[in-house]
Design a binder for this molecule. Structure first.
Ligand code: S6P
Length: 607
């Protein structure tokens, strides 16, 4: 655990991004984190250490009483959490004709899915009908694969929400957009604001409201910021709520699947848990209860990162696998299996990875997923997520270059774990385990024997207030941190990150388009228009842009991006050396490590 001196230096480093001029005018969620500037050159141990520091910022308290940014523990944030939990309680007490909708794009939609199912399950234990529903932009396909384009459509968001509300009298809508930026969510919030007699909207995100995205949205009269401001006006009368503490920049700039996803899970679970406890066990919802809940999650951070050495070892193994063109497979049980599938699917848009590089499978596949659209396995190999699919299609091809990570808890059927581990061990010695047990509930055998001591086991000591349900939520969060660390670390070791930027991102929606130009500006010092031209030349594979290309909508550009590879690195080389697109592509082809290619180009360009 960090000592006082370390905590103080962490606080100093963290303050740097708070200075008004730091990477202005980028919102906090898009800034680069001063703690992770050199993460691309770090080894596994150091990578894990940096992630630990960045993740700790989620729980950082106010540095000064009048600090510019509200944090998770800020008074005003805690009060909104109390108010929102109270609304949840009211709905749970009178659930007829009511609905709680959780919605978002990408990771935010995946967390919405996970939580809606989890809390419906909890209602089932209390003999209550489901009250929760989830929406993810792009539908259930987006749970397993990257579907970034629907994020840009406010009308689609509003339409899907409208359909979800049919037959309901009261809908509590929780829209998640970590960057306060997704037009899909803006459309839904706007729909709520126009129907306040039926809907009460909550917005969750991690930027101050005045830095919510303000650029015009194609074919729509409002911006995200305008919608946020309308909600803030209504907050005084408790007709809308905005929950937007700042949790600091991501360790990998803009990668909101990491801290954004974590903070979403912590905030949402806290309000839902407290609402449920109040409705079912008459536990009072007050500031202390909220604080206690968040502190419990903060302890999960400490427990998880107590295993730094073990985690670094898995990061190293996974990194070696990717370096050697091998793969990483997560084999999970129950919701920890879902955490694995989610983490793996996010590597494609984040690092420009192939879907085969890191893949997740869960015991029971779609029958355990409990998603709205049911079994999607006929859509293609990316959608085959059952352990049985792993055994039939992947296991025969497994070799020493692959890393297989088992993810389970003491509550899972250990016989299944043991059997599958036995099969995998015949193919590779690189079999790892992430597992959770708790006081009084230990594994029946010494799992070190089964996994040849390659075990990352956390033994939890629940407090009196903890029920099994809360324990699982904590396991999920702990597992999320570990898997985010493994996949991020492995891609860093593969050279997919330059400084702390995902240099090889897919440019498949307007947010990513702007981010890509921002990266070009940052590293080459070019003007916005120059960066945009270079990006478009690469996207269209054209040495000269036609008028049609130059004036097309961003949605047309991002459509072209779906089939392009190494877009940002190529545009960087074009800008830096003045060479043609095809020369830049050829230059990059010669260099297997994208980070090294970019670095060589940028440093040689400076001489
Ligand atoms: C981020 C992830 C993305 C985001 C999505 C929604 O690491 O790859 O898919 O989750 O773009 O972002 P936001 O800011 O609206 O939650």
């Amino acid at each position: 655990m960090p000592g006082d001196q370390e905590k103080a230096s962490r606080a100093r480093a963290a303050q740097e991004w708070e200075f008004p001029g730091y990477e202005s005018p980028l919102p906090v969620t898009e800034k680069s984190n001063p703690l992770s500037l050199d993460i691309d050159r770090a080894g596994p141990q150091q990578i894990v250490h940096v992630l630990q520091e960045c993740d700790a910022e989620v729980f950082q308290g106010d540095l000064q009483p009048d600090a510019e940014f509200k944090r998770l523990y800020s008074e005003s944030v805690i009060q909104i959490l109390v108010d929102v939990a109270d609304r949840v309680k009211t709905i749970l007490r009178e659930p007829d004709d009511s609905l709680i909708v959780l919605s978002g794009c990408g990771t935010s939609g995946r967390i919405a899915f996970l939580l809606a199912n989890t809390f419906n399950r909890m209602l089932g234990w209390h003999q209550q009908k489901p009250v929760y529903s989830y929406i993810i932009a792009g539908g259930d396909k987006a749970l397993l694969t990257s579907q970034e384009a629907p994020e840009d459509s406010p009308s689609l968001g509003a339409q899907v929400l409208k359909e979800a509300c049919v037959g309901r009298k009261h809908v509590f809508f929780i829209g998640i957009s970590c960057g306060l930026s997704a037009p899909f969510v803006a459309g839904q919030l706007d729909f709520c604001l126009n129907n306040l007699d039926m809907l009460t909207p909550v917005l969750i995100g991690f930027n101050p409201a005045h830095t919510a995205r303000n650029e015009p949205i194609q074919g729509w009269p409002h911006t995200f910021r305008q919608v946020t401001e309308r909600m803030l006006d209504l907050q005084r009368a408790q007709r809308a709520f905005v929950l937007n503490p700042v949790v600091g920049p991501e360790a990998i700039s803009g990668s909101s699947r990491m801290k954004g996803g974590t903070a979403t899970k912590v905030l949402l679970e806290s309000v839902l848990l407290l609402g449920h406890r109040a409705a079912h066990s008459h536990v009072e919802i007050n500031r202390q209860a909220v604080l206690d809940c968040i502190r419990d999650y903060e302890k999960v951070h400490e427990m998880t990162y107590c295993k730094t050495n073990e985690l670094a070892s898995v990061v190293g193994k996974a990194g070696t696998s990717l370096q050697k063109e091998g793969h990483v497979y997560y084999l999970g049980w129950k919701t920890l299996g879902i955490m694995g599938i989610i983490d793996a699917s996010e590597c494609v848009p984040t690092f420009g990875a192939d879907f085969q590089d890191i893949r997740g499978f869960m015991y029971g596949g779609f029958s355990e997923m409990n998603n709205k659209e049911g079994n999607l396995s006929s859509l293609g190999p990316q959608f085959c997520i059952d352990h049985k699919d792993f055994v039939s299609t992947i296991l025969p091809l497994i070799g020493e270059n692959d890393t297989v990570i088992f993810i389970f808890t003491v509550d899972d059927d250990f016989g299944d774990v043991e059997k599958l581990a036995g099969q995998v061990k015949k193919k590779t010695s690189n079999v790892q385990a992430i597992c959770h047990e708790y006081k009084g509930h230990c594994f029946p055998v010494n799992i070190n024997n089964i996994f040849d001591s390659k075990v990352l086991k956390i033994s939890w000591t629940p407090s009196d207030a903890d029920d099994d349900f809360f324990m699982r939520l904590q396991w999920e969060l702990s597992t999320k941190w570990m898997l985010n660390g493994i996949s991020t670390g492995a891609h860093i070791l593969k050279g997919k990150v330059y400084k702390n930027y995902m240099i090889d991102l897919k440019v498949t929606n307007s947010k990513l388009y702007r981010r890509a130009i921002g990266i070009l500006q940052r590293f080459t010092g070019c003007q916005w228009t120059q960066g945009e031209r270079a990006l478009l030349r690469v996207l269209y594979g054209a040495e000269e842009l036609t008028k049609e290309m130059a004036t097309a909508d961003v949605s047309r550009h991002t459509q072209a991006a779906t089939t392009s590879d190494r877009v940002v690195p190529t545009a960087l080389v074009v800008l830096q050396t003045g060479c043609s697109v095809s020369q830049a592509q050829a230059q990059l082809r010669e260099c297997s490590v994208v980070r090294d290619a970019v670095e060589t180009c940028l440093t040689s360009g400076r001489h």
